[in-house]
Design a protein around this ligand. Sequence first.
Ligand code: ARG
Length: 472
Amino acid sequence: MAKPSQATWGGRFTAAPAELMLQFSESVSFDRRLAPFDIAGSKAHSAMLAHVGLITTKERDAIHAGLDEIRAEIEAGTFRWDVKFEDVHMNIEQALTKRVPAAAKLHTARSRNDQVATDMRLFFKHACGGLQEKILGAQRALLTVAEANRDVLIPGYTHLQRAQPVYLAHHLFAWLEMLERDRARLADVAEHANWCPLGSGAIAGTTLPIDREFTARALGFVDARGRAQVTQNSMDTVADRDLFIEFAHACALLGVHFSRMAEDLILWSSAEFKFVELPDAFCTGSSLMPQKKNPDSCELLRGKSARLQGNLHTLLTLTKGLPLTYNRDLQEDKPPVFDSLDQAAICADVLAGTIAGMTVHAARCAEAVADPALLATDLADYLVLRGVPFRDAHHAVGAVVRLAEKQGVALNQLSFADVRAVHAAFAADWQQVFDLQRALARRTGTGMPGPRQLARQIARWRTLLGGRKARR
Ligand code: ARG
């Protein structure tokens, strides 16, 4: 039998693929990063083949030794990738077959369809773990800044208008909550990835007596009690790209969170706020205006979130019209996923670096939070405690605010006679409300920005983020 030009599938072909087709259809330029997972999958698969007697243990050992060699070459950068062999799977198999004759048996009871599904599930488990670590790094940087500035108060904003006073740490802890949900989401994706596709074949399994559970265990696709987890429908297994979408979604939402934090930092670092100074190392200057210091790391965090959303959209669109099961379109599923991982990971690092190097301008924060109007709600609460229905209290304080504006004085500078004239429930102690520390101390409930809650949250985050006491 003549050797076909394409050793893995060329048997029924008389002509080789066009050069243009090779260029068009290759994926090895990007899927080669799956090599470690592909090799792990092939080792587990060949171990299973030996276990059930489809190959000998000698053949298995030869395959394993050959795969180890190839992995070493890939790591050393000496392995020769060739677009002629399309993808990572065929590149490795061809290289293996050249050195190990038994490798011709490796693909027994396996298709690239269940192979690539397996590689990607291993990839997702790895990627989720890695990205969770990166997020943790950013969270720790935030905790450190929060603790170092734990006495700093700032105005909290709604509609970008000053609303009520909060500790800066309370604002930063809101970010920690967002990132904590991102970490949990990635943990869920890793959990969903934890099912072994091998044995599904191209679409309908195999007639050969394989042991799917053996392969699953060998690859770590097991539950908490060590029981093998194998996918339950061969057609779904090779068609399913939910994980790709879930992962891209987790990254897109993480990107949205980064973007919102970045936006706050951009505002805070402007001359109009000046709550913080961003580190030179994460800013750039202007080629024209010598005085400029631009918050580029934050602007790029905001910009990259668009890209992360784009990747999610690509995957949704890629899969929406596809008939079951595998279609070659699905090869396009990997670049957006890899890009999402790479961009999300570098975003987390850049956020951590920006936060770690940032200086808080405590004096500017104190100035901004000293605005007594921030405690207008507390003044309404004061009336409520004196028996005034909240709607009436709200209305009365509104009138007091209007009066202060008319007189051109701060809210707490009005005379007692003036406020008393607005509502009879105001007493001589009405100005006590404007004591900021007192106002914060009254916010005692869970989730509120009072000092006791702040201490609790610091302790909570120290535990959640690794128990390590953050440096001051
Ligand atoms: N490189 C291919 C991909 O990523 C592997 C699966 C190929 N399967 C096939 N039937 N051509 O989609």
